[in-house]
Design a protein around this ligand. Structure first.
Ligand code: NDP
Length: 309
């Protein structure tokens, strides 16, 4: 029986995704469209800013497939009762995040800034420590965090990871739950945030947790803006408890022109570019998930609505 896939992520994304999705879905008995009677729709490809907010007329829906990894824009929608899937795409999204995170960790680990910007031509020939002498904490060990923690461990860093449920990753010291957070953070020199934005994770980086880090630590946030108490972060940067914060995500995006992060000498702002959904590999991930659903297999990246991610 032909399944109907409604692309409800807007005309701009339709222009990008139509051909890659048709290619990826080749061989499956499906109809890909931007318009269909709600009761005929089996799957919806969704982006958070979509006009579609009321899912109640879609009475035969088998799954909603979100184009992004973050689901805070849809997870609380009470009209959605069908399974919700976030984007998990090792080939594109995960690889991009691994590259961004390892790059920014290495920048701070190696102290690159001192040599890239050296107006007084200071000959400071102190070599940086080895990665094995550096403690990096990765908060969030999901699709992205686990891949980043593993890559950092492969580079030789002493990596600690933290998640809600206990994980086992080779060469990563994994902690879980509220009681594991302190152990993950104590003495950490670099902290990478790859948690979702939920009521449990909001402001996980605050006055108390910052105080557990090594003096002069660095915070790197490609997760979500609300994970950080901004005032506590700025205070720690101002008094030198933190040496730097590299921030890719913010409570308000684009970051307002007058926000103190822009001008702060110890803050690097990147404009939510740590990683993005790459069209061709994302199309394959969507097609793969629809094939899984049709075969009665578990969906990859299924969201736990109660947990909020
Ligand atoms: P996942 O859902 O796969 O992983 C989330 C991780 O966070 C899991 O390890 C989970 O634990 C952990 N976690 C959730 N709640 C808690 C909690 N209360 N205490 C401890 N750990 C918790 O997400 P992804 O890895 O795919 O993505 C992570 C985030 O990265 C996204 O939610 C999004 O916000 C952000 N992102 C940013 C991008 C950018 O360009 N800046 C691009 C893509 C994503 P457990 O494993 O036990 O469930």
């Amino acid at each position: 029986m032909t399944r109907t896939i409604l692309f409800a992520a807007g005309p701009g994304l339709w222009a990008e995704y139509e051909t890659p999705l048709r290619t990826a879905l080749d061989g499956q008995d499906v109809r890909l469209t931007t318009e269909a009677a709600p009761e005929d729709v089996d799957y919806i490809v969704y982006a958070p800013k979509s006009h579609l907010q009321d899912f109640s007329p879609y009475t035969n829906l088998k799954a909603v497939l979100n184009l992004w990894a973050g689901v805070e824009g849809i997870v609380g929608n009470p009209t959605l009762t069908a399974p919700l899937v976030r984007m998990v795409d090792e080939e594109g999204l995960t690889q991009g995040m691994v590259e961004w995170v390892t790059g920014h960790v290495l920048r701070h680990h190696l102290g690159m800034d001192a040599h890239i910007v050296n107006p007084d031509h200071v000959w400071d020939n102190r070599a940086p420590p080895l990665a094995s002498d550096r403690i990096v904490a990765v908060l969030g060990l999901g699709a992205l965090g686990a891949a980043c923690a593993t890559s950092l461990a492969d580079l030789g860093f002493h990596v600690r990871g933290w998640s809600r449920s206990q994980k086992g990753l080779p060469r990563v010291s994994c902690r879980a739950g509220d009681e594991g957070l302190g152990a993950a953070l104590d003495g950490a020199e670099i902290v990478v945030l790859l948690l979702p934005d939920t009521s449990q994770t909001r402001e996980v980086i605050n006055e108390t947790t910052l105080s557990r880090l090594a003096p002069g630590a660095v915070v790197i946030n490609p997760g979500r803006g609300p994970l950080i108490d901004d005032d506590a972060l700025l205070a720690a940067l101002d008094d030198g408890r933190l040496s730097h914060a590299t921030l890719d995500v913010f409570r308000t995006e684009p970051l307002p022109a007058d926000h103190p992060f822009w001008a702060h000498p110890r803050v690097t702002v990147t404009p939510h570019i740590a990683s993005e959904t790459r069209v061709s590999s994302a199309a394959r991930a969507i097609a793969d998930n629809i094939a899984r659903a049709e075969a009665g297999q578990p969906l990859k990246g299924r969201v736990d609505r109660a947990a909020g991610y």
